[in-house]
Design a binder for this molecule. Structure first.
Ligand SMILES: [Zn+2]
Length: 307
């Protein structure tokens, strides 16, 4: 079974302006990187489809969804919050990114693919139930998780988030929901400065100090997550795959390298093999040094596809 690679050109039309780190060039860099590798023949390329509104309503209130549609300007840009801007092509990309996450769950749960990677933007893990934040509008990974639980009828899933920033939106949505174990490593203190103090039993926070390297990341992840994942026995593993904890990333100060992404991907796949018939769905979050992003995504997908 091939790893599904789900994307759409229109995800690159959402453009928050010159110099914004969450830029359209990010997806281009990933695709360029894959062009020259044998991974190309080992992936199943799938065109993302716009998300069904009912899947979004499982996570975000109808009023919030409506407000975002109404906010979208016909020309120019408007600020939704301090970091997140909207222009005429934004909501199309937002709906494709969430749609890809739902498609990935469908493909993996149907047994068509053992795992899937969504190369989409905007990212999602900072979006709370009714708040855009940190370049995010819809919480893609949360929409995927709820689709797996409430449409496909799974009882337990796990979300692994190794972005350098804590996935405050995902915590906001799933805090105290025993069906969803959220394991999150992040630089602390760092943006978004909220939700890292969650004491909910299903939220496993792994804060890392600026300058932490792969050896610290691996040791902390292993001791904080493995037991919890084994006790939870997730039937599907979802990854908020942010690559901004890379040593060359301009937004974070952690020191991970490609091999650390390979390691954590393999660890997640091992858990999935034991409890979830190998089923893994991964969605792109951050990663802002184009070169580091592209090579880290390559390492991640290579591992997913069994290299
Ligand atoms: Zn991030």
């Amino acid at each position: 079974m091939k790893t599904a690679f789900i994307s759409h050109d229109d995800c690159s039309h959402h453009d928050m302006g010159y110099g914004h780190p969450e830029s359209p060039a990010r997806l281009g860099a990933i695709l360029n990187q894959l062009q020259d590798t044998r991974l190309m023949q080992d992936l199943e390329f799938v065109r993302a489809e716009s998300v069904d509104p009912s899947a979004v309503r499982r996570v975000h209130p109808a009023t919030y969804i409506q407000q975002l549609d109404l906010l979208q300007p016909e020309k120019g840009r408007i600020m939704c919050d301090g970091d997140t801007l909207m222009m005429k092509d934004t909501m199309r990309a937002v709906k494709l990114a969430a749609g890809a996450a739902v498609q990935a769950v469908d493909m993996v749960l149907s047994g068509q693919n053992s795992n899937a990677f969504c190369a989409t933007r905007p990212p999602g893990h900072h979006a709370e139930r009714n708040k855009t934040m940190g370049f995010c509008f819809y919480n893609n990974i949360a929409i995927a998780a709820k689709h797996a639980l409430e449409f496909h009828g799974l009882e337990r899933v796990a979300i692994i988030d190794f972005d350098v920033h804590q996935g405050n939106g995902t915590v906001d949505i799933f805090e105290n929901d025993p069906r969803v174990l959220v394991c999150s490593s992040f630089q602390h203190p760092c943006y978004p400065y909220s939700h890292h103090m969650s004491y909910a039993e299903n939220i496993i926070n792994t804060p890392l100090a600026a300058g932490a390297q792969g050896v610290h990341f691996r040791a902390n992840v292993e001791s904080d997550w493995l037991n919890k994942l084994q006790n939870h026995r997730p039937q599907l593993l979802l990854i908020s795959a942010g690559f901004d904890a890379h040593k060359d990333d301009p937004l974070g100060e952690l020191e991970l390298v490609e091999d650390d992404y390979r390691w954590v991907t393999r660890m997640i796949m091992d858990v999935a093999k034991t409890y979830a018939r190998g089923r893994v769905v991964s969605c792109l979050e951050g990663g802002y040094n184009l070169k580091a992003l592209a090579s880290s995504v390559e390492a991640h997908i290579q591992t997913l596809s069994g290299y």
